[in-house]
Design a protein around this ligand. Structure first.
Ligand code: C2E
Ligand code: MG
Ligand code: MG
Ligand code: MG
Length: 292
């Protein structure tokens, strides 16, 4: 019986694997048309500093409005675009559109607003050079320091020499580099010494069980202390509750991003949001319920 179950499990597994491969292949083909058909759209999610009543920046998060499938998650199609190399073209499209959009908001009066764009490690091999980024920045008419590139730890670990040269050349333009999903990748932190990193973004897996989970609470405090000692800015992602926000602010992590403040939204909604942010941004977290 066990053997039978084993076999049917195995068969189920291979069938679903096959299905996955087919889906991926199909999505890859459909993705080819997505840019020119205007199916890609950039959403923006604010990062706020509730203690200062300020919106610091917005992060560009790509959406694929598929004509038949509805909205396809970037968690599904970005890895496909990375494998197929399509992320080269898509990544450039995101950079230039998001930078131009930032300029529109800055000109509308939000002159200190900054922008974060996710960068894929494959964009180096796919030919994104400093000169290209310079051109994007010039054409948008923004200051390089208002652009942050979010990179993942894996990029800082794999192909380190090439990655170091590449990221240093981008950084030399004056843009900022931030480590996304910080804490999920690798145990060795030595890359923080070698790479010209400006900021860390605490992964939401460390935030979701705050403040009750004492291990996560300790980890977050440790990351805060480390960021302070290394003179890195810090953002916490995935803040969904007032309690999480309070814990983070009370522990000196002041830049917060998450559904508690705002979901990623279409560009057209961001202007309205910036003019009239919700009260939990403007009044900050209420007095702490959680003290050490
Ligand atoms: P990420 O850069 O770590 O972005 C954060 C993700 O967490 C986003 O998912 C965002 O919608 C989600 N999120 C934000 N606040 C909360 C919260 O309070 N609770 C929960 N549960 N989730 C929250 P999204 O938009 O689905 O993007 C997923 C990932 O896809 C991104 O993770 C990023 O790695 C990648 N991605 C998105 N756009 C781009 C892009 O233009 N280029 C590249 N290379 N990757 C992108
Ligand atoms: Mg990100
Ligand atoms: Mg992240
Ligand atoms: Mg994340």
């Amino acid at each position: 019986q066990a053997k039978e179950r084993g076999r049917s499990t195995y068969q189920f597994f291979t069938l679903s694997m096959q299905q996955k491969t087919l889906d991926r292949r199909q999505l890859e083909l459909e993705l080819r048309h997505a840019i020119k058909n205007g199916e890609l759209e950039i959403y923006y999610q604010p990062v706020v500093n509730p203690s200062l009543n300020q919106t610091i920046s917005v992060e560009a998060l790509l959406r694929w409005n598929h004509p038949k499938r509805g909205q396809v998650s970037p968690a599904t199609f970005i890895p496909i675009a990375e494998d197929s190399g399509q992320i080269g073209e898509i990544g450039r499209w995101v950079l230039s559109n998001a930078c131009r959009q930032l300029k529109v908001w800055q000109d509308a009066g939000f002159s200190n607003l900054k922008l974060a764009v996710n960068l894929s490690s494959r964009q180096r091999e796919l030919g994104l050079e400093a000169a290209d980024l310079q051109q994007v920045i010039d054409q948008a008419g923004i200051k390089p320091e208002s652009l942050t590139l979010e990179i993942t730890e894996s990029l800082l670990i794999r192909d380190t020499e090439e990655a170091l040269v590449w990221l240093s050349s981008l950084k030399a333009l004056g843009v900022k580099l931030s480590v996304d999903d910080f804490g999920t990748g690798y145990s060795s932190l030595s890359y923080l010494k070698r790479f010209p990193v400006d900021a860390l973004k605490i992964d939401r897996s460390f935030v979701s069980d705050l403040p009750e989970d004492l291990e996560d609470a300790t980890l977050v405090k440790t990351i805060v202390a480390m960021a302070q000692n290394l003179n890195l800015s810090l953002v916490a992602e995935g803040v969904e509750t007032q309690q999480q926000a309070e814990f983070l602010v009370n522990n000196s992590c002041r830049n917060l991003q998450g559904f508690y403040y705002a979901r990623p939204m279409p560009a057209a909604e961001v202007g309205t949001w910036l003019s009239k942010p919700p009260s939990n941004v403007t009044s900050g977290p209420t007095k702490s319920l959680f003290t050490d």
